[in-house]
Design a protein around this ligand. Structure first.
Ligand code: ATP
Length: 277
């Protein structure tokens, strides 16, 4: 698969704070890539470096094969950071109209309509933004991010501070866009979300990537490789190893349940971020 984003030894310092320390990243076309890390790990800084909003101290970045500061890149990527920048006194439609003009979109009426349909805000097109619920505002921010049909999306905590149902809607939207061909770079604090959505994740801690892989690979790698056997007498934990398992099963009375002790992505994250502290 083609690398759509490639960063090599990316480093950024703010005064004495090393926000990003020799980071390597490769994001492949068509994937949802999760960038996880505790607060202050350097996630937003990375997005800013990858989207031409900030210069690195050292290292190289290419986005869609080009320098992120090259003028035509902005039209090919979508960046969603927070809800700021919505014009509260204007309608949903007017907000998108402004962005359609910024991007120089032709046939903008049709495009705005299609985008509003995609985020299920068509019925609210004439509503003022100040009257929208938090979830609707987030969907409008999403609409603004995708109005120019970018093939690469940078979503910085797209479900932060949303109620569970609205967060689900946003995740469905991300999946839909990804199915339609968009590559997604996503930051999140929510490990269940990353597990559910992402094809691959990288764990960032204090400016360094400490682990990466698919959620399944990471869970397997950090699995304690133990099995819990439940019998009438209680539970027994045994190593996930043929001889030990067979012996325990032979010795056990009636076996009621056997299950492996898989770590969640959250467990992996906590193990790794704790180790680094
Ligand atoms: N413009 C800036 N000036 C000074 N320090 C900064 C600046 N931007 C980021 N930092 C510092 O760099 C570090 C990384 O910040 P960054 O915002 O990238 O983290 P983050 O992982 O996105 O955190 P969060 O999850 O809380 O958004 C932090 O210590 C932060 O205080």
């Amino acid at each position: 698969m083609t690398n759509i984003v490639k960063a090599n030894q990316l480093t950024k310092t703010f005064g004495k704070v090393k926000a990003l320390d020799h980071c390597d990243l490769e994001i492949k076309k068509g994937e949802i890539f999760g960038y996880l890390g505790p607060s202050g790990a350097g996630k937003t800084t990375t997005i800013k470096l990858l989207t031409g909003q900030l210069h690195s101290d050292s290292g190289e970045v290419t986005v869609l094969g080009k320098d992120p500061f090259s003028p035509d890149i902005k039209k090919k990527i979508g960046i969603m950071s927070d809800m700021s920048g919505l014009y509260e006194k204007m309608t949903v439609y007017e907000n998108l109209d402004i962005f359609a003009d910024i991007y120089g979109i032709k046939d903008k009426k049709k495009k705005i309509r299609r985008t509003l349909e995609a985020v299920e805000l068509l019925d609210a097109a004439r509503k003022k933004v100040e009257k929208l619920s938090r979830g609707m505002k987030q969907r409008l921010v999403f609409a603004r991010t995708i109005i120019h049909e970018p093939g690469l999306l940078f979503l910085d905590e797209p479900t932060a501070n949303l109620d569970p149902a609205t967060a689900d809607e946003i995740r469905d939207l991300i999946r839909k866009l990804n199915r339609e061909g968009a590559t997604v770079f996503l930051t999140t604090h929510n490990m269940e979300e990353a597990d559910e959505l992402c094809h691959r994740v990288a764990l960032l801690n204090r400016g360094s990537i400490v682990e990466s892989g698919s959620p399944e690979e990471l869970k397997l790698k950090y699995s304690r490789k133990r099995v819990v056997i439940t019998t009438g007498e209680g539970k027994k934990e045994v190593p996930l190893e043929r001889e030990a398992l067979l012996k325990s099963l032979e010795q056990a009375g009636e076996v009621l349940m056997i299950h492996s002790e898989e770590p969640s992505l959250r467990d992996v994250f906590l193990t790794l971020t704790k180790e680094e502290q």
